[in-house]
Design a binder for this molecule. Structure first.
Ligand SMILES: [Zn+2]
Length: 217
């Protein structure tokens, strides 16, 4: 369902289309990647098999544009300014760190994988506006929150989504439950922090959170 990455929706020469085609090529190799269990992610059975997804990116762009920036004003009420919370409140295991080299479109892991049992509560690392909350192909059930500093937090592979697009949420608010939907080899939370909306603008989630008082080690 919704796994459009195997069938490009439109022909064209825009950058997005080019990325889409690249994703198709990537998806074509995803099974062998999974079977080979990338050496860089050795020992991690609960991680991501692929990340880039054209369906996710276009839904995110649409949601982001539908909700104007002025919605972000006054977001101080959504939590202590500049402070983050951890996305999980029970024991987790980092199965694939951020930046690990591998067979992903970006050439490296764009988020961090935190293995937890299916159904574990997932919380917003920062308050903001929900710009995407839906099935998102490779990302599975995903939620994206636009935070007041302009960064985006992506929570992927959820078993359940607990927020709606357009909702304003506080730091630490429950946004859903962990799972293994989309291209995941086992139950885990893929947390990705982007400096801008587009794929490839990611930053190190551990550093981002650490600078804001939350240690994700
Ligand atoms: Zn991941």
């Amino acid at each position: 369902m919704g796994d459009d990455i195997d069938s490009p929706r439109q022909a064209g020469t825009t950058r997005r289309d080019a990325l889409g085609m690249a994703a198709v090529l990537l998806a074509g190799g995803a099974l062998s990647v999974r079977a080979a269990a990338p050496a860089s992610a050795a020992g991690s059975d609960d991680s991501c098999a692929a990340h880039y997804d054209a369906e996710f990116e276009s839904a995110l762009a649409l949601g982001d544009e539908e909700i104007p920036d002025d919605e972000d004003r006054g977001l101080a009420e959504y939590g202590p300014p500049g402070r983050c919370a951890l996305p999980l409140r029970r024991h987790y295991r980092i199965t694939t760190p951020y930046g690990v080299r591998g067979n992903w479109l970006a050439g490296y892991h764009t988020g961090i994988d935190l293995a937890v049992p299916r159904g574990t509560a997932v919380y917003a690392v920062g308050g903001g506006v929900v710009v995407l909350a839906r099935w998102s192909g490779a990302y599975g059930n995903a939620v994206t929150v636009r935070m007041p500093d302009g960064h985006y937090a992506v929570y992927a592979h959820l078993s359940r989504i607990g927020v709606r697009k357009g909702a304003r949420i506080r730091t630490g608010a429950r946004i859903g439950s962990s799972g293994s939907t989309g291209r995941a080899t086992g139950p885990h939370l893929h947390l990705e922090i982007r400096a801008r909306r587009h794929y490839g603008s990611d930053v190190n989630p551990q550093r981002y959170l650490a600078r804001r008082g939350a240690r994700l080690w």
